[in-house]
Design a protein around this ligand. Structure first.
Ligand code: LGS
Length: 452
């Protein structure tokens, strides 16, 4: 970039977290168990048996964490609500203490000039609903709309940006197809049903919002551009399949009211015939789409199940600690593709960040302040924010950036082994230490991107 980058007025700079990954105290004050509490307590399901019982203890330290956000200069904070805190059985009885926790958090954010972006579902389904079939039960759309309506009634007005689901692809690919995430099922037949019901639930929650809410609501998807590893017909067809499976499987029904044809090929006999009227429910007008971007896929045909496609490692590229290729240009390509395919729906980048090598503990400088040098994370963030700027220059309506993550936290089945935070968390003492990347990001916010 030769000149200082210019971001649109009102472009929102923030950071993101999710309830199960930071809160701890999952059963406090009358909350019900979620599928993640149950899954993590099942031997062998998470690395080192790590659970969310303590996590970053944010359930008790929320006030200090908001102060930290203010000190960093965040303008927005994306967090999620644990459904089972608010409705311990998933439907019916409201647990006021659970609702109050989020109400206080929102008040504190607003008092500090930080705009809340609230995600209704970031993977922690009440266990009581899983016992009724979870996302495989068609009633899940009604359960979700009921819970969403409780939240809208309590918080709409104070919360002006709502997200229905976080990453339906990961929920089904991890939770129902490959079993790596809760509830740990492995079934080709269940996966499309869970996906479809998630999208019906999304539609039902948006519909309910239009009755009760007066602000903005959208869906968050994790998408990544797929590039063919070679010109061969086989690789090109595999790339189409991978693209349909990961990128179009959710955006097509939400925004165009249909599935991409390739899914029939991916799922074969497991692909059902869907009731036509379901697509009227799923396709709702959205105020924005949230995109979580981490990496790209360079795709080749292979015999992996069930996609018959996989990613080829790039020998010259940098990889993060989770093994994902560092490829900022993919974010520009993806945003341009989004606009070409789906039109002018506004976009927020609702997650972007990396688990990079960090020194094992915060060092302490001569003044007694902690310091963590994480130059690779800063490089990752700088280049990805630059890639967003390129997309804005190309005409894509991107309205904000939420860095993943505010804090080091529980990386699901990978436990505490991977650190995505711009703030280091010492899990023994719960001490928070902003890493060098956090200081850098503060400067970016202060200069509205010009210091990039
Ligand atoms: O912590 C999660 C972050 C970390 O990386 C967060 O809760 C999720 O919303 C989100 O899925 N997150 C995430 N995603 C990266 C997905 C990259 C997939 C690459 C697959 C290559 C085989």
């Amino acid at each position: 970039m030769s000149q200082a980058p210019v971001f649109p007025d009102g472009f929102l700079w923030g950071a993101a977290t999710a309830a199960h990954q930071i809160e701890g105290s999952p059963l406090a004050d009358g909350a019900g168990p979620s599928i993640w509490t149950r899954f993590a307590h099942t031997p062998g399901m998470t690395l080192n048996g790590d659970t969310g019982d303590v996590a970053c203890d944010h359930y008790r330290r929320w006030k200090d964490d908001v102060k930290l956000m203010r000190d960093l200069g965040l303008q927005a904070y994306r967090f999620s609500v644990a459904w089972a805190r608010v409705l311990p059985e998933g439907t019916g009885r409201i647990n006021q203490a659970g609702l109050d926790f989020y109400s206080r958090l929102v008040d504190e954010l607003l008092a500090n000039g930080i705009e809340p972006l609230l995600t209704l579902y970031h993977w922690d389904l009440p266990a009581a609903l899983d016992d009724r079939g979870g996302w495989l039960n068609r009633d899940s759309a009604d359960w979700f709309a009921e819970y969403a309506s409780v939240m809208y009634k309590a918080l709409d007005g104070r919360v002006k940006k709502w997200v229905t689901l976080n990453e339906p692809w990961v929920i089904t690919d991890g939770g129902y197809l490959h079993g790596a995430l809760a509830p740990g099922h492995r079934s080709l037949f269940e996966a499309p049903i869970a996906s479809h019901n998630l999208m019906r639930a999304h539609g039902a929650a948006v519909r309910a919002y239009r009755e009760i809410g007066a602000h903005e609501i959208g869906l968050v998807v994790n998408i990544e551009p797929k590039y063919a590893a070679s010109d061969s017909e086989a690789d090109r067809v595999a790339t189409r399949r991978a693209h349909a499976y990961m990128n179009e499987q959710y955006l097509h029904p939400a925004l165009l009211g249909r599935y991409p044809e390739e899914l029939e090929d991916v799922f074969g006999a497991a692909w059902p015939e869907w009731p036509k009227q379901d697509f009227e429910l799923i396709r709702q007008k959205l105020d924005f789409v949230g995109i979580n971007y981490y990496t790209r896929g360079v795709t080749e045909a292979n015999d992996s199940y069930p996609l018959k496609a996989g990613s080829v490692r790039q020998p010259l590229a940098t990889y993060s600690e989770t093994g994902w290729e560092f490829y900022p240009k993919g974010l520009t390509d993806l945003l341009v593709w989004f606009k070409q395919t789906y039109g002018d729906t506004p976009v927020y980048i609702t997650e972007n960040g990396a688990a990079m090598y960090d020194p094992p503990a915060a060092e302490v400088d001569a003044d007694g302040r902690g310091r963590v040098r994480d130059p690779l994370r800063t490089a990752y963030l700088r280049q990805h924010i630059g890639a967003i700027h390129d997309a804005i220059q190309a005409g894509v309506d991107v309205r904000g950036y939420m860095l993943w993550s505010l804090l080091d936290n529980l990386e699901w089945s990978l436990g505490y082994s991977k650190r995505f935070g711009m703030v280091h968390v010492n899990y023994a003492t719960q001490q928070r230490t902003p890493k060098d990347s956090a200081h850098w990001y503060s400067g970016v916010i202060r200069s509205h991107g010009r210091s990039l």
